[in-house]
Write a protein that binds this ligand. Structure first.
Ligand code: GRF
Length: 196
């Protein structure tokens, strides 16, 4: 079986889209793949509740618990790796996971680490992508599924989806339009990777 581990930090709508696609499109039968864990760096997120409601295994590696370590980021990543590696993942899927990962974490999952970012990369890496697209007067925005490298939001692009920016858009209305596309392209990319 190919084990899939999903990392989240909040609402979990992309995790839900992946889990529903795995069920609807029979990833277990077609690709011998299953979602074995949903891991959050924050306790009590909506995404954890959604995963538990689907009967998926969940765990929390709270980054705040490492704030007093000599190197909090490295300590957190080491604990996260230990949790993930229990599942011997074929793929680690970042889905609304809002932590910048260390180069050693990225190297450990080289070729198995995938992320979805709410902009048309390479434009608007980082945060507040929708407001920045509106502020720049962009007429189109979108989302990108990409491989994760040590350079934030810079890995090889696997898929993109484009949406129009409407004259009266706010960051929230644009985010909602982009999110609907995210929920379509992320499962499609994962299915393609699993079919290889
Ligand atoms: C999404 O736009 C995702 O691209 C970004 O965080 C947003 C929320 O994702 N990283 P989710 O609902 O938690 O999956």
């Amino acid at each position: 079986m190919k084990n899939l581990v999903i990392l989240i930090s909040g609402g979990g709508s992309n995790m839900l889209a992946l889990a529903r696609a795995a069920e609807r499109d029979d990833w277990a039968g077609r690709y011998q793949a299953r979602i074995t864990a949903v891991i959050s760096n924050k306790p009590d997120t909506k995404g954890l509740q959604l995963a538990q409601d689907l009967g998926l295994a969940t765990s929390v590696v709270d980054h705040k618990a490492f704030s007093h370590a000599a190197d909090p980021r490295a300590a957190f990543d080491a604990a996260l790796m230990a949790d993930i590696d229990q599942h011997q993942p074929a793929l680690v899927l970042l889905a609304g996971f809002m932590r910048i990962l260390t180069p050693s974490f990225v190297a450990h999952y080289q070729g198995r680490l995938i992320n979805i970012h709410p902009s048309l990369l390479p434009a608007f890496t980082g945060l507040h992508t929708h407001q920045r697209a509106i502020d720049e007067g962009c007429q189109f925005a979108g989302a990108t599924v990409h491989r994760v490298t040590a350079e934030l939001d810079h890995g090889a692009i696997l898929a993109q989806a484009v949406v129009p920016v409407m004259p009266d858009d706010t960051a929230d209305t644009l985010a909602a339009r982009v999110l609907t596309q995210e929920h379509l392209i992320y499962p499609k990319v994962v299915a393609q990777l699993l079919s290889r």
